[in-house]
Ligand binder design. Structure first.
Ligand SMILES: Cc1ncc(COP(=O)(O)O)c(C=O)c1O
Length: 439
């Protein structure tokens, strides 16, 4: 290989020591380890696009509220598993203000990030009917959620949403549901990694099918409000974050604080259970939990068993953040909009040096600029491309591990890349392009 920005022998050694070939087959956290090792041995800083770590400061009101709670001594007390009252109340109001959906505080329960919200959802939803133990993933998606199903012994199926947009979704989902034994359907919206955003027609299809086949929809809102093409930031004013909750009463919403409020480190999120589902009784739940009531099994069965609640101080932080955004005194979207602005510049650089955007359209519009974008390079498969880019000091993950049907591509996350790194990114892409001419 021609001389690369990062010493190729060193990269070879780290990849060999790690033992996954090609390195692009690695999971997100495995790639983080590989890149950390290369960085520390070489002393060279990478353009890090492999992991969705927020690149902004944590929301200030959260930090302040958390420090006050800590000083008041809540750290010595076990928090209520159901969540502290101010958080439950402000979360219900947040759902009304930003989704126009009615739930009561009792239906809003804190989790240790949406990661745990997903795990707990599988543990209850996929055990509510002994004849069904599976999840239908509308892919591409967040790989670790399938890992959660695997460790629970649940089955899953998936298809690439991009191939079945709009009206085509109904027939494909019906086929999958009728051939599978699903208790749940999961998707993220906006979608990680493709950044497509499901529209009202599609959400209606999903909602109606969930009612028809009695399947619970787990709507993962890790990127709440972050379709920057619309202004979803005004409390109580349309447009709202689109949601399946408008079309079914069989849903769980996972609201993460990690990206929208840059609060990933404190591991706090909210699970919103539809009022109807919360009250519903499933006799088969008694196999695992003391109650057949869904809400009870979720809180006093799954969440108790997992961690007995979410960190006390982080609950105060999220309550304060919700209160600030609900009142309109803090506009969280203004902060995270920076991701979209960086995506415009970074996509242009990749395209300049021969890359193509993989998921490039959102129905009949160009894909929005957001937290992630997807790229491919002619003649290279995804895992291979991920590995080669390591020699150029650029890290990303392969779309192959996301359930994408477009396995030639990779997912790039804009959040950790600083604007002052753009010239280095350009230089490295230029060098890569020179070494890999497109025929
Ligand atoms: C689609 C999706 N779901 C869930 C999560 C996890 O969120 P949390 O940090 O709240 O656990 C992420 C994080 O990247 C994500 O992208």
């Amino acid at each position: 290989m021609d001389s690369t920005p990062i010493n190729s022998e060193l990269v070879n050694e780290v990849i060999d020591a790690f033992g996954i070939h090609p390195a692009g087959k690695s999971t997100i956290r495995e790639l983080v380890k590989i890149v950390n090792d290369i960085e520390s041995i070489s002393g060279e800083e990478f353009i890090r696009m492999e992991m969705g770590v927020p690149g902004l400061d944590p929301t200030f009101v959260g930090v302040e509220a958390e420090m006050i709670a800590l000083r008041k001594g809540v750290a010595s007390k076990y928090p209520n598993i159901e969540g502290i009252k101010p958080l439950k109340e402000s979360a219900a109001e947040f759902i009304k203000m930003f989704m126009d959906v009615d739930v009561e505080p009792v239906h809003c329960v804190p989790t240790v990030g949406s990661m745990m919200g997903g795990m707990a959802s599988f543990m209850v939803v996929n055990r509510s009917d002994q004849h069904r133990t599976g999840t239908l993933f509308l892919d591409p998606g967040f790989p670790v959620q399938k890992q959660q199903c695997l460790v629970l012994g649940h089955t899953f199926g998936s298809f690439d949403l991009y191939d079945y947009r709009g009206g085509k979704l109904k027939a494909k989902m019906t086929e999958e549901i009728e051939n599978g034994q699903y208790s749940s359907i999961l998707y993220s919206n906006p979608n990680n990694p493709s950044w497509i955003c499901l529209n009202e027609e599609e959400l209606q299809i999903i909602g109606e099918l969930s009612m028809k086949y009695d399947i619970t929809v787990i709507e993962d809102l890790a990127y709440f409000g972050m379709d920057f093409r619309k202004d979803l930031s005004q409390p109580g004013v349309p447009p709202y974050q689109p949601t399946v909750a408008k079309y079914t009463d069989n849903y769980i919403l996972l609201v993460s604080s990690s990206k929208a409020f840059s609060y990933a480190g404190q591991r706090i999120g909210m699970m919103i259970i539809s009022p109807n589902l919360f009250e519903r009784r499933y006799p088969d739940l008694k196999r695992y939990y003391s109650s057949d009531k869904f809400g009870h099994a979720m809180i006093f069965g799954a969440l108790y068993a997992l961690s007995a609640g979410a960190s006390h101080t982080a609950q105060y932080a999220l309550a304060a953040i919700f209160e600030a955004v609900n009142s309109g005194s803090y506009n969280y979207i203004e902060e995270v909009r920076e991701y979209g602005r960086k995506a415009v510049i970074m996509k242009a650089l990749f395209k300049k040096y021969g890359f193509q955007i993989v998921y490039d359209m959102d129905l009949d519009e160009p894909i929005a600029d957001g937290f992630y974008f997807t790229v491919s390079y002619p003649g290279l498969g995804g895992p291979q491309l991920v590995e080669i880019l390591l020699y150029y000091g650029i890290s990303a993950i392969s779309l192959e591990i996301t359930g994408s049907s477009r396995i030639e591509g990779l997912r790039a996350c804009v959040s950790q890349v600083r604007r002052d790194q753009f010239p280095v990114l350009e230089e490295r892409l230029r060098c890569f392009h020179e070494h890999h001419p497109i025929p």
